[in-house]
Design a protein around this ligand. Sequence first.
Ligand code: NAD
Length: 491
Amino acid sequence: MNQTQIDAIVQQVLANLGVSASQSAAREENNTMPPYSSTEYNGRKLIGIYSDMNDAIAAAQEGYKAVRAMSVEKREKIITAIRELTRAEAAIVAELGVKETGMGKIEHKRLKHILVADKTPGTEDIVSEAKTGDSGLTLVEMAPFGVVGAITPSTNPSETVICNSIGMIAAGNGVVFNPHPGAICTSNYAVDLVNRACYSAGGPKVLVASMDKPTLESAQIMYQHPAIRLLVCTGGPGVVKSVLSSGKKAIGAGAGNPPVIVDDTADVEKAGKDIIDGCTFDNNLPCIAEKEVFAFRNIKDHLIFSMMRNGAYMLTREEADALAKIVIVEVTDKKTGKIKKQVNRKCVGRDAQVIYAMLNNGKKLPPDTRCLICETDFDHPFVQTELMMPILPIVTVDNIDQAIDLAVKAEHGNRHTAHMHSKNIDNLTKFASAVETTIFVKNAPSYAGIGFGGEGHTTFTIAGPTGEGLTSARSFTRKRRCVMVDNFRII
Ligand code: NAD
């Protein structure tokens, strides 16, 4: 056999593994290519990844058939295996997420995966109801939809895939994902993780499926495919709107811009620390994270002082305005041709140090800086825009009515998440009632709202627009009623 024939065989084997010739050559020559793609990780082919959305849906349908045939006990065993493998590989997938997207913090992403493993509800979330009376017994059970089509974001990619998988499988569904293209390797690693766990617990080889190259077109195929009975979308306003316009039953988990009010009854020292801890968690990628602060005038300086003692750097007004021009850029809308403003993706989820360096003023921040804070007016773009990065504007207010009025306006009617630091029950109640958010956190970092240091289950799909709230297995079910007349009572 000559060298040409050997090379041809090597290329064929690599192609079977989903590794392109250029990728393998780059790896050999200078080791610059990462050891992962949307179809493989360290030479291992990922399970459940397809090139055609129709094939992915067919695989998820087989998954659904397999789950339907299982006892609930078996389903729970598979979920236990998913939890265990998520814990075991949390550090790997967290590192992959940061490497691929350039966003977030490895340690925080690891903690997010452990949270998903520990606090995403399983089959215990599915409960039946019985109603008895003179006319007999009526039973209501939570049944699966069938195959769920799920869209996932780049900000919490693998966390959302695993969390959705646990809930959707617990409810008895099959799942096909059309993940964010910018986090496709991490999302597909998570799909593979779910499938490996399932198989190790005696389940089918493929229980959840995904695409090697997800596109808006593959999302459209998913929307229109007759086998897809429920769509679940976690993302920004554009994609949530597209899913809600699909004509199918849909769960939409959309954008937020969580305000924080700090009044003059708060434990200001603690409020400063809590706000910086929440705002900087995974570099502000969670949609629930603190995005703008409304502080009473008489405690504002103390609050800023506490924030600075906890890793915040105070920008001057000039620096804040200059940074706003870097962080929010003008682009031409592909559809309308009009100029629109949008967040610079190069800044989303980046470290405070990296963002500050973009100012290019030669100044270096103290090494422990984790957040950039600034005093701004209410109209400043930092207040009005969901930045998803460790920049936190502070607006001074004179009383609770002004604070609530501005905070509600800054939330833009998303009804997603809001926070408050106060010991005044009237103020807390007034803001909670006015802002109408799905999550309202009092006197704690934002992540307490998804069960991290707070009571209650976790989710990475918070469905405000469609009203499911913090989704769990029961959100992915349909209710079915069975009626027996004049019988089946025991009294
Ligand atoms: P994004 O909106 O850019 O993308 C989400 C997904 O939708 C991706 O897979 C993308 O490719 C796809 N997509 C975009 N437009 C589409 C269309 N018209 N049709 C079909 N698919 C389309 O989201 P992102 O930047 O990764 O995530 C950040 C946004 O998501 C923020 O606004 C954040 O608040 C929100 N988010 C909300 C929740 C929640 O639980 N409510 C959780 C995470 C993120």
